[in-house]
Design a protein around this ligand. Structure first.
Ligand SMILES: Nc1ncnc2c1ncn2[C@@H]1O[C@H](COP(=O)(O)OP(=O)(O)OP(=O)(O)O)[C@@H](O)[C@H]1O
Length: 267
């Protein structure tokens, strides 16, 4: 269980996240939504350890993440970032292999088991055919899938994904989120003790209909604060969403009746 309590974080002394609290259970997908500038990426940066808390705490199973070494944290939290400053001269295989860095011995070489994990993650993310390609030659969508593969081989109990569908076409958006669901429900082992472990996934998403389809719970942020946190039907309410996003929105049922469908009301 990841527990964020009364977290206040900022750049310099000015707080951006203010008194943010929520929980994320193992095997759960929590979608973080909110308007531009609400603090979603700042939350990902804080959870990944880039920004230290000004107040409050971030704990996993009671352990304060701020007390961990860089290597310990890398075994705890994997990030699929929005920015892709990947070294252009690396092959796709090398980039995915970097996910095993926190587990490598002093010589820094992948074991046959590590290589098998890399192959499995590349199969699962439909990137196996790219293994020998240089990342500088790949499309945004291909890079996004590689970054998911890298996070998978890191085999951490918590995964943070910051707008992972941004550069993907509709087919790959659905494919990527299906894979996140698959990993959360049927994880791969590789965390050193050989036991598969269901990670918790926090996913920043802008598309509210993908949120409705894929999230177990939703965290709505406005102006650095938690406006609402709960199930999809608790949070995807027309009045609350319209106020948060500043446009009138209606929430209907999808044609198959299974999911809420968020529709902007155009004048
Ligand atoms: N490096 C930085 N230095 C100073 N302020 C920053 C920095 N990065 C973000 N901010 C500010 O923090 C606030 C929250 O930004 P953040 O990127 O977390 O929002 P967001 O919800 O992820 O937005 P978006 O949906 O546009 O990606 C904004 O006011 C932004 O200007």
């Amino acid at each position: 269980m990841l527990e964020v309590s009364h977290l206040t974080v900022g750049y310099g002394s000015k707080p951006v996240l203010k008194d943010v609290s929520f929980r994320l259970a193992d095997g759960e997908i929590l979608a973080v939504i909110g308007p531009n500038g609400a603090g979603k990426s700042t939350l990902v940066r804080a959870l990944s350890g880039i920004l230290p808390p000004q107040c409050g705490s971030i704990r996993y199973n009671g352990r304060d993440l701020c007390s961990l070494s860089v290597q310990e944290r890398a075994r705890m939290i994997a990030v699929v970032p929005q920015a892709r400053n990947l070294p252009a001269g690396f092959t796709a295989w090398q980039v995915v292999s970097l996910g095993r860095t926190p587990y490598l011995n002093w010589f820094g070489q992948l074991s046959p088991a590590d290589e098998e994990l890399v192959r499995e993650a590349m199969r699962r993310t439909d990137t196996a055919h790219l293994a020998e390609r240089l990342v500088g030659e790949l499309s945004g969508g291909e890079l996004q899938r590689l970054l998911l593969a890298r996070a998978l081989v890191q085999a951490t109990p918590v995964m943070l994904l910051d707008e992972p569908t941004t550069h993907l076409d509709l087919q790959y958006q659905i494919g990527l989120l299906n894979r996140v669901v698959e990993v959360v429900r049927q994880p791969i082992s590789g965390n050193g003790n050989g036991k598969p472990h269901s990670p918790a996934a926090l996913v920043v998403l802008h598309d509210l209909n993908l949120v409705a389809r894929y999230a177990d719970r939703v965290l709505l942020m406005v102006d650095g604060c938690v406006r609402s946190c709960g199930t999809v039907s608790d949070v995807l309410r027309p009045a609350m969403l319209s106020e948060a996003f500043g446009v009138p929105l209606e929430v209907m049922r999808s044609p198959n009746g299974k999911y809420p469908l968020v529709v902007p009301l155009m004048a």
